[in-house]
Design a protein. Sequence first.
Length: 639
Amino acid sequence: MSKPIEIAVITAGIDEEYQNAVLEGIFSFAKSHNVNISCFAPIGGVISISKYDVGEYNIYSLINFDKFDGVIMLSNCISDPVEKEGLIMRVKASKLPAVVFDCDDYPEFYNIKIDNSVAMREIVEHVLTVHNAKTVNYISGPLSNPEAEDRYRAFLEVMAEHKLVVDTRRIFFGEFRAQDGKKAVKTFHCSKLPKPDAIIVANDNMALAAVEELRDLGYRVPEDVIVTGFDNTFNARHHSPSLTTVDRPLDAEGYQACQVIFDLIEGKASGNEVTLKAAPVFAESCGCKSSYDENVDSYKQNVFKRLTDCHNDISILNRLTTDLADNDTLDDVIEDIASYVKELHLDRFALCLCSNWDESFRDGWKVNAPRKPQVHGYTEKMTAPLIIDGDKRFSVESFNSSDMYPYRDGKSGNVSLFLPLHFREVCLGYYIITNSEFPLKSMLCHSIMLNISHSIENIRKLLNLNSMIHELDKLYVNDPLCNIFNRNGFIRAADAIFNRCKRTGEKMLISFIDMDGLKLINDNFGHKEGDFALQRLASVISNCCEKNYICARFGGDEFIILGSGAHEGDIAKLEANFKKQLENINSVINKPYELSASIGSIMSEVNDDLMLFTLITQADEIMYEKKKKKATSRYLRRE
């Protein structure tokens, strides 16, 4: 069996009807010709946070062109010029056969285009001649987009042919988004210019928003202002008034793009350019009778299905959001996602995470070690904690990001969408959804993916918080110089031992230790050497502790050992070991001073009338009596 053809599809904003239509054509070809499609689809430019777009567009860095036989680019949907140019350069470098849409800028690519100019000219000509419009405003897409440029040029040409002046104040440049139509009408209204006879708009999304904004301002369409669009979307056809627009064979455009790649791989010659025709659709928004022939029953059924699907999705979104908010671990998040995958009809689904998604918390929080998030690219190794394939659920602990997929089933005709998983600019991983209409058909796919990513980020923050609490607790109970308990840590641990001995009747042993001659060392050799001496003494004390003993730095040069389950002879044993350990350390460090300390010990039963600090005080007094007898007693003045 021959290896299936692999095609990479690069687009953006699959929530838009244009992308939906082109992708439907691509996917239709793939399924009928057993071609595998990997579609990389961020949704950029919809949230006014630049860091968010960084996280979305990062999905492009996952594409390994060595794994593909051809590339289809909807470059006209990528609004970020830097991202677009970077992708163009990578596709060129790959040397793969590549197809673009409505773009003459790259002669090395195959171009599937729809003649935007002729249809736009017909629309403008119709508005000027049939409806006698004289004052015309225009809402354009970004001129960096070849389609927007063609439509704008056609508008200008027809206006010039009719010797009509184009006032720049009557032109608005947007990004093909619905909100641009609303902004444009507001801008025109605030300009105080006379009302236009018509507003020609470069796509349906902006046109429909413009109609609604005009209505809010008290204008009627088409009685007061004519509005036209471009693309013949579902909403344009079923709006009231129905929109005069341009019908474009978008699914045929996508299908033809796949056909070109397929033919080239099969060794068949293909022309560098294929041009498809678009046709104007004159409807109610310019004052014509609608030519749409969809019957009322069919429309009702279509709308009912859309509303039902939307209500179901909202219910799922609300329940998923609530469940995810209650999670404390990644395993909890994974379980919740898995429980909703079937409900969303995602028969094949993979959640892939960067191997370092929680790296900044694994080894503990450090004050001077700020988090280094994964912003550009993906980690060399990825993990897939959740993979669902039909009735099978499993995980892949590690796979190479260069493979993109955590596993392959060996079949052909698969259509997989790669969607970014991130929090703002921080890359967490990505989703793979295979052979499902959900990403394209549901208005809530993006919202659900955002909720999942926010939930995973919350787990990151919780791990961070717990790690910081753990480190702060260590700082609270540990002596950083000697790396043993400080007084706080000792009291916390000793109280537990003291109470246990009280319950069990075990005897408790306490040794109080005071370093000899620390001031002498500090004065003659410096405080750094004094710190070294304290550290060595602490290591001696720690080595004297058995498994049921604890030790602590109780004060500046004072230390303490506490143990449970003591028996007769344990004091002598401990103090002899302490003396031997001191002798050993002095021979090892070979300093011009002798490391010395005095020790006093006590062993006692514990009862309700006895307090822990009473025993500590008794051990301290025994130690001090021993210390007074030493030759170093001139340094023994107690502070």
